[in-house]
Design a protein around this ligand. Structure first.
Ligand code: DTR
Length: 343
C-alpha cells in the first residue's frame, strides 16, 4: 500500500515535470502572436498571412512565433475589426467593405476608379492610408494594406450583355453592391465566407468579385460563365491590437515596420498572378466561358456608374474626409504605379 503510494507520487512528480517540459521547450519563442483570418486557408488573405508569419519568424530568428487562425477559427469576417481592437487576437485581416461607414477615406477604392491590377491598387491604397492617417485605423497598428484585383461577374447563367444582368441576384458587399444596383442587378450583400452556401442553395445566381476565387473556392464548378467588367477593387488591411504592438521590443517593431510596404507589394503581385492561374485552371478543368461586353454596353455602364463617385464624395465629406484631394491623389498615384508595374 505504502509502496503503491510512493509509486504514484513518483509518477505524479514525473508527469508534472513532463508537462512543464512540454509547455516550455528549450527553444521556445519569446513572443507568441495570434493572427486571425476569416476565409479558408487556400485563399489569398490566408496565403499572404502565412508568408508574413514565415518572414517574421525568420527575420526575428525565432524570437517571435506567429500562430495563424484561418477560416474564422478565432475571429469571423464581421467581428474581426472589433475583435482585434479588444485583443481577442493580436493581429487580424479585415476586408474594409464589410464595415460600411467605418473607413470613409480608403473606401474610395470601392468606387470604380479604373484599376486593372491588384498591385497598382494596393500600392495606391497604402499611400492613401499613410498620407491621410484615417480615423478608422487610429485604434490599431497597420501591418499591411492591399486590395483584390478588379471585380468581375461569375454566374450560373450566361451574362453576355448589360441586358442579361437585369434583375439577376448577385452576391457582393460594400461598394460593389451599390455598383450592381446601378447596373440593374439585385445585389445580395454578404461576406465571402457565406457565399459558397448561398450559391449552392440558389439564393444567388452568381457573385461579383476578383476571379481568383474561381479556383480558391472552386466556384468555377457552379459558375461556368464569367463576364469581364474590371470594376472596383476590395481594400483590405492587416491590423494589430495596439497593446500587443506597444509591448513588442524595438527590434521586433523594426522588423514588422520594415515589412509593411514589402508585404503589401508581395500580396498585390501574388493576387495578379493568381487571378491568371485561376482563369487558366478553370478553363482547363470546367471549360468556363469568359465574355467581354460591347463598347456600347461599356459606355452605358460608365454613364450609370459616374454618380457613384459623387455619392462617395458626399457620404465621406459628411464624415470629414477631404474628398477632392483624396480623389486627385488616387488618380495621380494610379498613373505613377501603372508606369512602375504596367497597366
Ligand atoms: N471580393 C471581396 C473580397 C475577396 C476577394 N477574394 C477573396 C477571397 C477570400 C475572402 C475575401 C475575398 C469579397 O467578395 O468579399
Amino acid at each position: 500500500m505504502c509502496r503503491g503510494l510512493l509509486a504514484r507520487l513518483i509518477l505524479a512528480v514525473f508527469s508534472v515535470a513532463a508537462l512543464i517540459g512540454a509547455a516550455v521547450p528549450a527553444d521556445a519563442a519569446d513572443i507568441s502572436l495570434k493572427y486571425a483570418n476569416f476565409p479558408p486557408p487556400q485563399t489569398f488573405p490566408c496565403v499572404q498571412m502565412e508568408r508574413w508569419a514565415d518572414e517574421v519568424e525568420a527575420r526575428t530568428h525565432g524570437k517571435v512565433e506567429v500562430q495563424t487562425f484561418p477560416g474564422g477559427s478565432l475571429l469571423g469576417a464581421k467581428n474581426m475589426y472589433q475583435g482585434v481592437i479588444d485583443g481577442q487576437a493580436d493581429i487580424g485581416c479585415i476586408c474594409m467593405a464589410y464595415f460600411p461607414g467605418v473607413f470613409p477615406v480608403t473606401s474610395v477604392l470601392e468606387v470604380p476608379m479604373g484599376f486593372t491590377k491588384s498591385i497598382t491598387a494596393s500600392m495606391t491604397l497604402l499611400d492613401i492610408y499613410e498620407k491621410y492617417q484615417p480615423e478608422g485605423f487610429k485604434k490599431v497598428k497597420v501591418l499591411a494594406m492591399f486590395s483584390t484585383a478588379p471585380s468581375n461577374l461569375m454566374c450560373k447563367v450566361p451574362v453576355k450583355s448589360l441586358a442579361d444582368m437585369q434583375g439577376l441576384e448577385i452576391r457582393a458587399s460594400g461598394g460593389a453592391s451599390t455598383l450592381l444596383q446601378h447596373l440593374g442587378a439585385v445585389p445580395v450583400s454578404m461576406p465571402m465566407s457565406e457565399t459558397p452556401e448561398s450559391l449552392q442553395k440558389g439564393i444567388v445566381k452568381g457573385l461579383f468579385s476578383s476571379l481568383e476565387v474561381l479556383k480558391d473556392f472552386n466556384f468555377a464548378e457552379l459558375c461556368r460563365y464569367e463576364t469581364i467588367l474590371n470594376a472596383q477593387v476590395y481594400p483590405f488591411a492587416v491590423i494589430m491590437n495596439l497593446e500587443s504592438w506597444n509591448k513588442l521590443p524595438d527590434d521586433v517593431k523594426t522588423v514588422l515596420d520594415g515589412l509593411v510596404r514589402e508585404q503589401s507589394e508581395w500580396t498585390g503581385k501574388y493576387m495578379d498572378g493568381h487571378v491568371q492561374e485561376s482563369l487558366d485552371w478553370s478553363k482547363e478543368k470546367y471549360g468556363i466561358e469568359v465574355y467581354e461586353l460591347t463598347d456600347a454596353d461599356h459606355a452605358e455602364i460608365d454613364k450609370r456608374l459616374a454618380s457613384m463617385l459623387d455619392d462617395w464624395k458626399k457620404a465621406s465629406a459628411e464624415k470629414g474626409a477631404p474628398v477632392d484631394e483624396i480623389v486627385a491623389d488616387v488618380k495621380k498615384l494610379k498613373g505613377e504605379y501603372e508606369s512602375t508595374y504596367g497597366k
